[in-house]
Ligand binder design. Sequence first.
Ligand SMILES: C[S@@+](CC[C@H](N)C(=O)[O-])C[C@H]1O[C@@H](n2cnc3c(N)ncnc32)[C@H](O)[C@@H]1O
Length: 362
Amino acid sequence: MTLKLLAEVSPQELLSGLAELQNHLLGYVKSMSLKCAVDLGIPEAIHRRGGTATLADIAADTNVHPAKVADLQRVLELLTASGIFSTAAGEEGGAVLYGLTTTCRFLVGWHNLTPMVPFLVNPLVVSSFFSMPDWFRSEPAPAGAGSLFELTHGCSQWEMGSKDTEFNSVLNGSMAADSQVFLEVTIAGNGHIFGGLGSLVDVGGGSGAGTKVIARAFPHIKCTVMDLPHVIGQDADGAGHENLQFIAGDMFESIPSADAVVLKNILHDWDHEDCVKILKRCKEAIPARGGKVIIIDMVRGLEHGEKKITEMEAIQNLFMMYINGVERNESEWKGIFVDAGFSDDYKIMSVLGPYSVIEIYP
Ligand SMILES: C[S@@+](CC[C@H](N)C(=O)[O-])C[C@H]1O[C@@H](n2cnc3c(N)ncnc32)[C@H](O)[C@@H]1O
């Protein structure tokens, strides 16, 4: 399509284009407002009041200074316009009532993804994206190195975690919340994935939140969490789980033997070559007959037909670039499995749209 001259565009089209541009340019204000709302505890405050609250209620419950209540309303207005909160007229002309939309289902109560907010909207992560133009023009670094994060901060995200205990906690807390929710949903719908196993090792299992869900649901499975020493040292706690142990190690070196290896949100952190290296170590760890690797990650391009989900896949794929990661479609996954020496007879189970479990066999 050739671009029309300004004079040929109707005022309505022009306004629509300008609004789209502004919404993109200032899109980060949405992320920041959501982070602010979560930091202040606004979704929880509305939830505690039974699902609706006035501006005055919210201000009182979240300790907002009386002089700043009008500004708080601006945050609520944006988050209502962008689908996080809802509004309804108060009874008999009373004050507007703010409510929780389905999106808030993940920000309050059980199945809570709130700990992902301080990680995804973290200055160390967000600032990495300012390096994008430099990254595109610079020579490719050796495989696995030279990510946006490294270009900006001089070390990998995992090295940063070993030096900065606060970042390490934020990173592990975010993963733990995601793991807990995803594994509960997976086991509820696809428990057979773990049913026949006697042992498993959750490689890069972080603080073990996801493995604990498996260990609780399947007490007969001997579960091992393996992660880098600083992660096992700082956040791992297996208290109350007799069938759970933690081991510090490097998945590029070796993986403890088990009936199955679980890789949740691991392979999307690495490029094709590194994924092949990790899967080769996995293959050495499992029995040649009956063993399997359980990959929990996104599979792009599965049929879902919703524009919002297509956009989410594209955003997450670009987001992963900050550490040289990638979200893959089925044919990209298959290439990795085959190059690592696994059978091409894999099984993809969609748990929630693109969020999937893939079983691969030696
Ligand atoms: C994206 S997080 C996923 C954590 C967890 N599996 C989950 O989904 O919640 C990636 C994990 O891989 C771990 N990791 C990174 N490099 C590793 C290595 N060389 N060996 C073992 N674990 C590693 C990180 O410490 C981190 O816990």
